[in-house]
Design a binder for this molecule. Structure first.
Ligand SMILES: Cc1ncc(COP(=O)(O)O)c(C=O)c1O
Length: 389
């Protein structure tokens, strides 16, 4: 009988060694010894399976990838040094010069830079589509469109892509559906169930959960991962075994952590919705979210991030942030510690004002990545910062 999510996250482990350790050790080794010259030859000729060199594979990275595959119900995957190397590899490792991507407009700032500043150098082009208007997507498909890349919920606007519709469009037009599932994590949302061919994560966020490591992962259909493995093996975005060990341990607690992140975020969103200093709050599991029904359909809970707006703009947001006493001002998210970020002046500052506004990043937009402190203390800090105006 297939085991439940939490059990698989804990019980998927690298094989025990002759030392009978209970917790998997860190395999900090760049290379692996061959039994004989013939063994080395056979490994390189792919006639035998086994570790050769940690840029190709390592027991810790393999364990981490196997766990994510278990959670996303994916066939195979590769671990990468960061979320951005996962995003970049998942596109550059598969597309050729002359290919085109369809992209949901609301995406992470660096992904936007990769599309607009880097991939264009190799004549890989893209068209942004309105993520809230699925009927418009197919109109943008060209004969050379090969991939549909989406992020849901989006960072930081918390807009959602209808994964079922995205799956249909990809299937009907023979596109690779590539989903950045960073904000939801595999605990809240499994895009593979809607036909995603690839799922990418910044493991730096909720997968780590304690703000210690940078990491990424791409999982998906075997034949696509085979191509990506070749790309990664030779271009070298490998995750370090130590980071893989940390991240694999973190996955053991992903389910319980996400439950608490989401409970805290929903409670905070409800509190803020009633506060007169704020013009609006956006959180997928608040009924006021414009895509609330869709969130309920494709996400188990609302996630650990909420955004809200000060109509007075940048100065009001900055003043609020500077009055916070406990929350950390930081660009990261998905940590045990609650983090406040002002996207327009930091993570999304490289976009033009117009580009920011088209994805809902107003000057007063403020993002809170809700941590695991007691909700009363989180609310108290925000309350004093809002009330002391
Ligand atoms: C949605 C999303 N994708 C990708 C990334 C990039 O991940 P990393 O910082 O691990 O490279 C981020 C980082 O914030 C993100 O929020």
């Amino acid at each position: 009988m297939s085991k439940k999510f939490e059990t698989r996250a804990i019980r998927t482990q690298a094989e025990r060694t002759q030392h009978r350790e209970h917790a998997v050790p860190v395999y900090l080794t760049s290379g692996f010894a061959f039994d004989s010259a013939e063994h080395g030859r056979a490994l390189f000729a792919n006639e035998e399976e086994g570790n050769v060199y940690s840029r190709y594979s390592n027991p810790n990275t393999d364990e981490f990838v196997r766990k994510i595959c278990e959670m996303e119900q994916a066939e195979d995957g590769i671990a990468t040094a960061s979320g951005m190397s996962a995003v970049f590899s998942s596109i550059a490792g598969l597309l050729n010069s002359g290919d085109h991507l369809l992209v949901g407009r609301a995406i992470f700032g660096s992904t936007h830079q990769v599309l607009t500043q880097l991939l264009t150098r190799w004549n890989i082009t893209h068209t942004y589509v309105d993520i809230k208007d699925p009927d418009s997507w197919e109109k943008e498909i060209r004969p050379n469109t090969r991939m549909f890349f989406v992020e849901t919920p989006s960072n930081p606007g918390l807009d959602l892509i209808d994964l079922e519709r995205a799956g249909e469009v990809a299937r009907n037009n023979n596109l690779i559906l590539n989903v950045d599932n960073c904000f939801a994590t595999p605990y809240l949302q499994q895009p593979g169930a809607y036909g995603a061919d690839l799922i990418v994560h910044s493991a730096t966020k909720f997968i780590d959960g304690q703000g210690r490591t940078i990491g990424g992962v791409v999982v998906g259909r075997q034949e696509l991962i085979d191509e990506l493995r070749f790309f990664a093996r030779h271009s070298g975005p490998a995750m370090s075994p130590f980071n893989a060990w940390v991240l694999s341990k973190s996955l053991e607690t992903l389910a319980v952590r996400m439950e608490r992140h989401c409970d805290n975020a929903l409670a905070l969103a409800r509190y803020m919705e009633d506060h007169s200093a704020i013009s609006w709050v956006k959180y997928p599991f608040l009924p006021s979210h414009p895509q609330h029904e869709l969130a309920r359909k494709q996400m188990k809970m609302g996630g650990g991030v909420l955004v809200f707006n000060f109509d007075e703009g940048l100065e009001a947001a900055k003043a609020f942030i500077d009055r916070l006493e406990m929350l950390t001002i930081c660009a990261n998210l998905g940590d045990t510690r609650t983090i406040v970020t002002h996207p327009a002046s930091t993570t999304h500052s490289k976009l033009t004002e117009e580009e920011r506004l088209t994805v809902g990043i107003t000057p007063g937009l403020t993002r809170i990545a809700v941590g695991l402190e007691h909700i009363d203390d989180i609310v108290a800090d925000i309350a004093q910062a809002l009330d002391r105006r």
